[in-house]
Design a protein around this ligand. Structure first.
Ligand code: ARG
Length: 414
């Protein structure tokens, strides 16, 4: 009988390399590794070679950057997704795409299982497992790192026993995850929120104080909420994000330091570098200020927060997510136009914007000649607007002091 197959999400690092051997030994399965390019600037050919050398029967590598941008990054930008107002969700956006591709590949290869190298403490295991369970409920899920529960030393011993190269000198003191939308950095000295992140936690951005004394301006064009051009030049999403990451990083823009609430009930200190995400969210939000109504913007804030939680919590493939995206798609139909952003010493500032769908009407707003605002009508408007409050004041507020009791939730002890 043919051996069962498992598709393993493979980064080329120590955990997933050891996992190749460990799954073979423990589950007696053939391991097919899956590595995808989400813009993490890694040597993919080298990773493929390492997977095969470590014992994989097949090593699949594919470039999914365009898919990542079009179906995951842009929709989250259009929605305005910033988890807890700070984290643009780079890692969280990558997981459902990887999981979806793995289930597709599992089907093509007749695999029985899928596997990932997440620990039992983070959000990523949740995102993988829930996506697998949703998209391919029949697949068994193997999570070696969660299952073996070794210390680092035990893991290295196992690796050395099986001839897996441990690059101890290059061993990162941080746990990182990288894609086009940002770099996530955790663990090591970052675990003390009192300490500022050391310089070596950052790789994409310079410290704002070391940024050039000369500012730079970039101009982004949006069409229905999606960025389509940079400095007047039409550009595909991957190139546009790469460019903004680079220029933003050079000017020290995009550093985020966040004590965040993980889904699994712990707070953790995370550092992110996400110049493009920070700059594009800012520009997009300002363009919305110009093109969306007040009510629409208020409501969208709530949608953005809800969708951020959905993505963070690994519920990408829920129908509720789909429903809310229906709103966002429609809501963005007039969010087209140009935004100019200045980058200077760690700060991104919008210095200009225009849109053919702009709701800003100079004839109504101006204090100069040509003012069209109906001033006389304001008096009647204000009377009606304040009517309820006026009634309330007459009947209650102005009728002498009511007895005021302090609000407390625990009665005072006598
Ligand atoms: N805290 C972030 C999240 O949950 C980043 C996780 C980074 N993952 C990692 N393996 N270092 O989305």
């Amino acid at each position: 009988m043919a051996r069962e197959k498992v598709i393993l999400a493979y980064s080329g690092g120590l955990d997933t390399s050891v996992a190749v051997k460990w799954i073979k030994e423990t589950y007696n399965m053939d391991v097919i590794t899956y590595t995808c390019d989400l813009g993490q600037e890694r040597d993919l050919a080298g990773i493929k070679e390492k997977a095969l050398k470590t014992g994989a029967v097949e090593a699949i590598v594919e470039d999914v950057r365009n898919m990542f941008v079009d179906y995951f990054v842009w929709p989250s930008l259009m929605t305005g997704c910033m988890y807890e107002g700070k984290y643009p969700l780079a890692t969280a956006l990558g997981r459902p795409l990887i999981a979806w591709r793995m289930t597709e590949i599992a089907k093509e290869h007749g695999a029985h299982a899928v596997a990932h190298g997440c620990t039992g403490k983070g959000n990523d295991q949740v995102r993988f497992d829930v996506s697998f369970q949703t998209l391919a409920p029949r697949l068994k899920i193997i999570a070696p790192v969660r299952e073996w529960r070794w210390t680092r030393t035990e893991e290295i011993e196992y690796a050395e026993k099986h001839g897996i190269k441990v690059e101890a000198t290059k061993k990162s003191i941080y746990s990182t995850d990288v894609n086009l939308w940002g770099r996530s950095v955790e663990a090591g000295v970052l675990e003390d929120p009192w300490l500022p992140p050391p310089a070596d936690a950052y790789q994409w951005t310079v410290a704002p104080e070391d940024a050039p004394n000369q500012s730079v301006e970039i101009e982004i064009e949006f069409e229905q909420g999606r960025p389509i051009a940079l400095n007047g030049e039409k550009m595909d999403g991957v190139a546009l994000i790469e460019y903004i990451n680079k220029v933003g990083g050079e000017h020290g823009v995009g550093r985020i330091d966040h004590v965040e609430n993980r889904l699994v009930g712990i707070k953790s200190r995370e550092v992110y570098e996400a110049p493009a995400a920070v700059i594009l969210h800012l520009a997009h939000r300002e363009l919305e200020n110009l093109t969306l109504s007040r009510q629409s913007m208020r409501f969208k804030t709530y949608v953005a927060q809800t969708v951020s939680d959905i993505i963070y919590d690994g519920l990408w493939y829920s129908s509720f997510h789909q429903d809310l995206m229906g709103f966002v798609e429609k809501n963005q139909r007039y969010v087209s136009g140009h935004v100019r952003v200045k980058l200077f010493k760690g700060a991104a500032t919008v210095t200009g914007m225009k849109s053919e769908h702009s709701l800003y009407n100079k004839d109504l707003a101006t204090y100069e000649e040509g003012d069209q605002f109906p001033h006389d009508t304001a008096i009647g408007f204000i009377r009606i607007h304040g009517l309820a409050q006026q009634t309330q004041a007459r009947q209650q507020l102005l009728k002498g002091e009511p007895t005021v009791r302090p609000a407390r939730i625990v009665p005072p002890s006598e």
